[in-house]
Design a protein around this ligand. Structure first.
Ligand code: ADP
Length: 637
């Protein structure tokens, strides 16, 4: 069927023009239908864009004017937008059908106001004014004053224009980047852009002694972009427009500027804040908002009944200079060099502004933590001082306790000393007598002298041990063999034991028992336990008074067991005897075992007491951790 339709005779086939007309008619009818449906009180505003809705900077102006107008207007508004595609080229031929189209579109319901955005739109309406809604007011805006033919404005026309000042832009570039040697100007090739090329070149003249200008008059934009990627140092780019390039390629929206920014190796400046916001360093600029507000004010007056021709708005110049902080950072531009009154936008909010509460919170936590740490450190110091003090006091107490023990041993020590001293006296007298006799036996004399030496050593040994027991010495742990300490202590206690009729036996482990211990303090514990045992056996039958000291090695510990044949620990007092001031002796202080336990605790050991089953008597057991390194040394040997 379609094939058949396509092959109909050329006379019968509708011409292209007829089809176009049909489509136009349908579009017009549809639009009119919509217009009928609209609010009857609404003011109809037709917006005529120069190139299209999204060409910068006019797209920004159109949007802002719409919103400003909606804000200022007392009436509901019905916006209808059209774009003047003819502005892209110098071909004015399609203007007539476009005028026809608009006239047909609004034949029944003409707009209340036409707002032309940009110079091409203004030029178009001025050219076509006699045919285009002669009685409808027209507001020409977002246009530079040089682009308006003021002498041919009708009484229904008004202009809200701006005034470019390229010299101010070039001057700003040289002010903020004083080393600039080249200014590259980006500008398109549409009739409007071509007009401005001449204007910019004229305004650039006074700067030519200071800086070299580069104008891309006959280059496709692609080639310009290539060049922009490797510009010589000390170059700045002045962005004017790039709507249509030399080859006729169109750059809608912000695509032209965005692509330039992506490749350019130099800072980009401009003259209109419709371009500002990402790519542009800044400078003195037209304010889209200010221009749109002025335009909206004029529009509202016209909609309210004022004659357009009576509204005179002087062209506005650049607003206060504005700069993009991020671009200033990128190109190392000091804020001190900015023109007076400059505003800096997009400043990175400081960490304080961004995270104030988090920072306050973290600081508070830190302060709290620091405070707690301070308190803890202070407490730790106090505890250390207290510990040192306690240790010092304990040392003194232990020392006093040793004095007490020495007091208890005085008789036997005196006896221990008397014996060798008496022997020395007798032997020396005998030797003297022998020397007086004419024929003395030298061999016998030598034996006597040897006895004297032995007795002297014995007495010296007693005194040495006593002195070491009474020494006021700080706690000093060394690796010692428990067996040696036991032997030494038993030697020391043999005389007192004999004096009390106690037999002192020892059974030593066949292996060394290295422990990390303070010799004097460990001996003090042993002497204390031995003395207690002897005291406990004071009423035991003499022949049965026996103390056996044995040592043994367990897996990790060395053990000393001291068993006596006395009455044993009073029932239920096995733990109490280690409490301070627990004593059953009439002259006792009850401190000995308490000190002994503190000493053993300080050696990371344990001391227990129990009663022997069967044979009777008490057993004291001291368990000390073996010194590890010493144990492995021994194992290796
Ligand atoms: P003190 O010797 O001044 O009494 P200790 O702390 O050395 O102080 O002894 C506390 C108590 O423990 C002794 O009074 C005694 O009642 C009991 N005790 C200690 N050793 C023995 C023991 N071998 N047999 C029986 N009781 C003992």
């Amino acid at each position: 069927m379609a094939r058949h339709w396509l092959t109909v005779d050329s006379e019968k086939r509708p011409t292209l023009a007829v089809w176009r007309f049909a489509v136009l008619l349908i579009a017009v009818l549809l639009l009119q239908a919509t217009a009928h449906a609209a609010d009857p009180d609404a003011k109809r505003v037709m917006i005529l864009n120069s190139f299209g809705k999204d060409f910068r900077p006019w797209g920004e102006y159109a949007r802002t004017i719409r919103s400003e107008l909606s804000r200022q207007s007392r009436w509901p508004l019905d916006f209808q937008e059209h774009s003047l595609v003819t502005a892209r080229s110098s071909d004015e031929n399609p203007e007539t059908p476009f005028v026809d189209y608009l006239t047909a579109l609004y034949a029944k319901h003409p707009p209340d106001l036409i707002i032309c955005i940009g110079a091409p739109a203004a030029n178009f309406v001025q050219r076509q004014r006699s045919r285009l809604f002669r009685s409808i007011p027209i507001l020409m805006t977002a246009v530079e004053q040089r682009r308006i033919r003021f002498d041919s404005l009708t009484e229904n026309d008004t202009v809200v224009a701006v005034k470019h000042d390229f010299a101010a832009s070039f001057d700003t570039i040289l002010r903020v980047l004083p080393n600039t040697k080249n200014i590259v100007v980006i500008n398109g090739a549409s009739p409007n852009e071509a007009f401005w090329l001449g204007e910019m070149q004229r305004e650039a003249k006074p700067f030519e002694g200071r800086v070299r200008f580069r104008w891309f008059e006959d280059k496709p934009y692609e080639a310009i972009l290539k060049e922009a990627a490797s510009l010589p140092p000390d170059t700045a780019i002045f962005w004017h427009l790039m709507n249509v390039d030399f080859t006729g390629a169109v750059y809608e929206g912000d695509s032209g500027l965005k692509r330039l920014y992506a490749v350019a190796n130099a800072p980009i400046f401009s003259y209109d804040d419709g371009f500002f916001g990402e790519e542009i360093v800044g400078g003195p600029m037209h304010s889209v908002l200010k221009g749109s507000q002025d335009a909206a004010t004029a529009a509202v007056r016209i909609l309210g009944g004022d004659r357009a021709g009576d509204i005179e708005t002087p062209p506005s110049g650049y607003a206060e200079p504005k700069f993009d902080w991020r671009q200033l950072q990128r190109w190392g531009i000091s804020e001190r060099l900015l023109p007076p009154g400059s505003a800096v936008y997009f400043r990175d909010p400081s960490a304080w502004v961004q995270y104030r509460w988090q920072i306050v919170f973290v600081c508070a936590v830190f302060l709290l933590q620091a405070g707690l740490i301070g308190i803890l450190l202070y407490e730790r110091r106090r505890r250390k001082v207290a510990e040192l003090e306690a240790r010092r006091r304990f040392g003194e107490l232990a020392h006093v306790n040793r004095y007490t023990m020495a007091g208890e041993l005085t008789t036997s020590i005196a006896h221990e000393l008397n014996q060798p001293l008496g022997s020395i006296l007798v032997n020396s007298e005998t030797a003297a007598l022998m020397l007086d006799s004419p024929a003395f036996d030298v061999k016998e004399l030598k034996e006597i002298l040897s006895d004297i030496r032995r007795d002297d050593q014995r007495a010296s040994e007693v005194i040495r041990r006593l002195r070491s027991l009474l020494k006021r010495a700080p706690f000093e742990a060394k690796v010692l063999d428990v067996n040696e300490i036991v032997v030494e202590t038993i030697d020391f206690m043999t005389a007192p034991a004999q004096a009390r009729g106690v037999s002192l036996e020892r059974v030593l482990a066949p292996v060394p028992l290295p422990v990390k211990a303070d010799n004097i303090q460990l001996q003090q514990v042993l002497i204390n336990v031995l003395l207690n045992a002897m005291d406990a056996m004071a009423h035991t039958e003499k022949s049965k008074r026996r103390i056996s000291v044995s040592t043994a090695r367990n897996e990790d510990t060395a053990e000393i067991e001291i068993a006596d044949t006395g009455p044993g620990i009073p029932a239920g007092k096995r733990n109490e005897i280690f409490e301070p001031f627990y004593t059953t002796r009439p002259n006792g202080m009850g401190m000995g075992l308490s000190i002994a336990r503190t000493i053993i605790d300080a050696h990371n050991g344990q001391i227990f007491a129990e009663n022997r089953t069967g044979a009777g008597g008490a057993v004291f057991r001291i368990v000390l951790p073996l010194a590890r390194s010493a144990v492995s040394d021994l194992a290796a040997s």
